[in-house]
Ligand binder design. Structure first.
Ligand code: GLA
Length: 632
């Protein structure tokens, strides 16, 4: 309901001077999202870990690289060939230089045996094949294999200092070596060194590792030093940028969704893991997927949620389980996850090549708009995700049957935000089959099946874009979270590390609960202000600031705003303010729980960046920017 519209000049009179002092809520006047590296679309390629763990070697990696080229997967975009844990021999004592295990990477052995080992021939070879090269390290002194793969034949050797192969204390030296001297284009930086090498740990005493008082407690955000972890990754990011003046690099943060990386990963790297490791089981896949699938507003071109690498080809996703394998791949494509194959490609059956090679799904994943799919229908059984493609009349939609029973599903024009009653052409991206949907269409899904369609039709909002359709153009600069709480909606499986039910089970640990969401409140409820429901909009906590790239392409911003019905009934008021390139364009008075939605409508002609600020004195009031939209 439109109650009143306040223009900037009049609104100034309503402001209580000094009432809202939070600095981070001041308009930036520009798009401040970190833009570095080469990840305009989600990285694609191959990584050795899910195929070989530490038993990686040059023949295996080159075999994968050759197969990427020969099968046409490279042409489709699978460009990065990434070595994971296991490549190192030691850190040289005399000068700290890293030494490669040439037994498994023979091309790294220089002709003159006294010269330094080098990955240059390896990366040159990949580059000559039109591919790019990735390497792996850890942010602490030691890597994960040194704690978890103790029987590996490829663990670093030597004394304590020689086996301290991680970046800690050598950031500039190692990054210069990996990028400038060896010519890598991509680095994944793990976090076991910040996590499991505390002075009181058995492995530290037993293997005489350099102790590192843990900064990360994976089970407790309170016992994690978020600021320090962020600072360590930021230093690494700065070194990577310094040694890659052309900006052609990818920085992958691998701290498994800990340390509140949701709130800073996109300021520091190009992708950040949102969960612990994936395993080739359905329930673990659900877990890693859930940790990323409701965080569309935190990703955008250059910065992607990473639910971990693909496990297509193994276990529940092997060639005998193509329904599951296709679901896994479809879901990763839809949420703009990196598509990193984790399979020994040298003997991959065609049925698997066809999954990675699904050109329609790769196109969806690589769409230049960078809009992560938004959850538009949610149950524990079936979810529907919709992703707006850069040709805004086209959507990709995934209907995902999470469960073990067949499901009957109705897809509606409303889910798609396409015009009701008009012809919407659905193309099945697995079969090529076409269907026409007008108002709604029924589908039958097998257990664990995912149907994916490209949907083309006239838009419901003909003359503009709902903000929830364009998460790739939104930067959540401040999301208002004060108390970091684990997200209870992420699927919890029986521990994959031993498959037992001893103890209380893995409890929620990802501290993303309460973050900004598209078409939902921050706590997963339907958007609703004083009884009025909104199918479209942004849900966020108060004391938040979001930047929206309007790009001078629109003339009006409109939204119906207010305290959401899922908020605190006793909370104080919230003021909503809209800025355009730093200028205040409109604001509301102080709105309290139960107040009907207030219509904001402001002129944004010529505006590059719209900023949406919601301020309150109390913490954690739930607010709704209902039907928030940019109009032509
Ligand atoms: C961690 C990471 C994995 C892999 C291994 C290597 O578990 O999350 O992706 O890199 O370490 O040891």
């Amino acid at each position: 309901m439109k109650r009143f519209i306040i223009a900037a000049a009049a609104a100034a009179l309503l402001m209580a001077p000094g009432a809202w002092a939070q600095d981070s809520l001041k308009p930036a006047g520009k798009w401040t999202a970190h833009q570095a590296g080469n990840a305009a679309t989600p990285p694609m390629g191959w990584n050795s870990w899910n195929a070989f763990r530490t038993e990686v070697d040059e023949a295996k990696v080159m075999g994968a690289a050759q197969k990427l080229v020969d099968t046409g997967l490279a042409k489709l975009g699978y460009r990065y060939v990434n070595i994971d844990d296991g490549w190192w021999l030691k850190r040289r004592k005399s000068d700290g230089r890293m030494v490669i295990r040439t037994q498994i990477f023979p091309s790294a052995q220089p002709k003159n045996k006294k010269a330094d080992t080098t990955f240059r021939p390896f990366t040159d070879k990949l580059h000559s094949m039109g591919l790019k090269a990735g390497i792996y390290s850890d942010a602490g002194y030691n890597a994960c294999s040194q704690a978890y793969d103790l029987h590996s034949p490829n663990l670093p050797e030597g004394d304590t200092a020689e086996r301290s192969v991680g970046l800690y204390g050598h950031v500039d030296q190692d990054i210069a070596l990996y990028f400038k001297e060896w010519g890598f284009d991509y680095i994944k930086v793990d976090a076991c060194g910040l996590n499991v090498y505390g002075p009181d740990r058995e492995i530290v005493a037993k293997y005489q590792y350099q102790p590192f008082p843990p900064l990360i407690d994976s089970q407790s955000i309170g016992r994690t030093d978020v600021a320090k972890v962020k600072a360590i990754y930021s230093d690494i990011g700065a070194a990577i940028a310094k040694h890659n003046p052309d900006g052609d690099y990818v920085f992958s943060i691998c701290n498994w969704g800990t340390s509140d990386v949701r709130s800073w990963g996109n300021e520091v790297g190009n992708l950040w893991r949102t969960s612990g490791d994936i395993t080739p089981t359905w329930s673990r896949m659900l877990h890693t997927f859930d940790s990323a699938s409701t965080r569309a507003l935190y990703a955008r071109p250059g910065a992607w949620n990473d639910p971990d690498m693909l496990f297509v080809g193994h276990g529940d996703f092997d060639a005998n389980h193509l329904t599951e394998a296709k679901s896994h791949f479809s879901l990763w494509a839809m949420i703009n996850a990196p598509l990193l194959i984790g399979y020994d490609l040298r003997d991959a059956p065609q049925s698997l090549i066809d999954i990675w090679g699904n050109a329609g799904l790769v196109r969806v994943n690589q769409d230049s708009g960078g809009n992560q799919a938004v959850l538009v229908h949610d149950t524990d059984d079936v979810q529907i995700f919709v992703k707006t493609l850069s040709d805004s009349n086209t959507k990709a939609v995934a209907i995902f049957n999470r469960g073990v029973a067949d499901a009957e599903v109705t897809l509606t024009a409303e889910h798609l935000k396409l015009a009701d009653g008009q012809d919407i052409k659905l193309t099945n991206l697995w079969t090529g089959e076409m269907t026409i949907l007008s108002t709604e269409a029924p589908f039958k899904l097998k257990a664990r099946e995912t149907l994916v369609f490209e949907a083309a039709g006239p838009r419901a909002l003909a003359n503009g874009m709902y903000l929830s359709e364009i998460p790739g153009r939104i930067h959540v600069a401040e999301d208002g979270i004060v108390v970091r709480k684990p997200d209870p909606t992420v699927h919890q499986m029986i521990s994959p590390w031993g498959g037992s039910t001893r103890g209380p089970g893995e409890r929620p640990s990802y501290a993303g609960w309460g973050g900004a969401q598209a078409d939902s409140t921050p706590y997963g409820q339907v958007l609703q202000i004083s009884g009025q429901k909104f199918g479209s909009g942004i849900g966020v906590l108060s004391n938040s600031r979001m930047e929206v790239k309007a790009g001078k392409a629109f003339t009006r911003f409109e939204a119906s705003v207010g305290v959401d019905d899922s908020g605190r009934t006793d909370g104080q008021g919230v003021k909503f303010i809209v800025y355009g390139d730093g200028r205040k364009l409109g604001e509301t008075g102080e709105l309290v729980y139960g107040t009907a939605a207030v219509a904001l409508s402001v002129d944004i002609t010529g505006v590059e960046v719209v900023e949406l600020v919601a301020k309150s004195a109390t913490e954690e009031q739930v607010v709704t920017w209902g039907d928030a939209k940019l109009l032509k």
